[in-house]
Design a binder for this molecule. Structure first.
Ligand SMILES: [Zn+2]
Ligand SMILES: [Zn+2]
Length: 253
């Protein structure tokens, strides 16, 4: 049994974007308010967080999450790692392992040196960095499969757990990685907006990946306000493709 909750589904600015008065940023549809992209996977009694962005504290409070057993990080950008210091309360009963690539670990050590000092002052986050490559690894017996995707020129990670795969901030997926996306029931993939962007997929790009992978259901994340109103743009999507929204739970996994 596995359940996924979308904690945030917005791009790096979140929606509403500060100071913006566009129809999306002023929408009263709760699906149009998007915290920075993150999700939590509950599987076999464990809570595995994917990314820990600057809205992490608010997300934990809003969704009443009392326990984090592990964190999977996709890449170093602040909208995916800016909340790591807020893991403090979760480390009170044991170290929280954070799985990430070596280059990302180096970035976190530089940004939060006090978490890794020999003599740490009381209260600092009780975390440890577990460096991973592209080989599958286990968290409490649960297999996690890293997937290489490209965020323009930056190699970053998506993750597969069972028949669920989560990809954010991709522009392209190397040909070799599609093998890892076979027989997926639920695919999460990023779609920033309709117009092209240097480092993010458009809605059309995401649709092509969904068509190729062929999941039973697909959910879009990391949207900007330029995507338009959820209620309007979702009419353009095929029946098995959905805009994720903050608080959406998938429990048919
Ligand atoms: Zn991002
Ligand atoms: Zn706006």
């Amino acid at each position: 049994m596995m359940q996924v909750t979308f904690l945030g589904t917005g791009t790096s600015t979140g929606i509403p974007q500060i100071g913006c008065t566009c129809s999306v940023c002023t929408s009263t549809d709760p699906r149009d308010s998007r915290l920075r992209t993150s999700a939590i996977v509950e599987i076999e009694g464990k809570n595995i967080l994917i990314d820990c962005g600057p809205d992490f504290r608010q997300q934990m409070l809003r969704f009443h999450i009392k326990r984090i057993d592990a964190v999977l990080v996709t890449h170093i950008h602040y909208d995916h790692t800016g909340g790591i210091d807020d893991l403090r309360p979760f480390g009170e009963n044991g170290t929280v392992p954070i799985y990430l690539e070596p280059s990302v670990a180096e970035g976190i050590r530089n940004r939060l040196p006090y978490c890794f000092a020999d003599h740490r002052y009381p209260g600092v986050p009780n975390i440890c960095l577990q460096e991973i490559g592209l080989s599958p690894f286990l968290i409490a017996g649960i297999e996690i499969v890293p997937i290489r995707v490209m965020h323009y020129k930056l190699p970053i990670l998506g993750y597969r757990i069972g028949r669920f795969a989560y990809i954010t901030d991709a522009l392209t997926i190397p040909e070799s990685e599609y093998e890892k996306l076979k027989d997926i029931d639920v695919l999460v993939v990023n779609a920033l907006r309709k117009k092209p962007h240097l480092s993010h997929q458009t809605l059309a790009d995401a649709s092509r990946i969904i068509d190729r992978v062929g999941p039973r259901e697909a959910y879009l994340v990391h949207m900007s306000h330029h995507m338009g109103l959820t209620s309007e743009v979702e009419k353009e999507l095929p029946a098995h493709v959905h805009f994720a929204y903050d608080g959406l739970v998938i429990d048919s996994l």
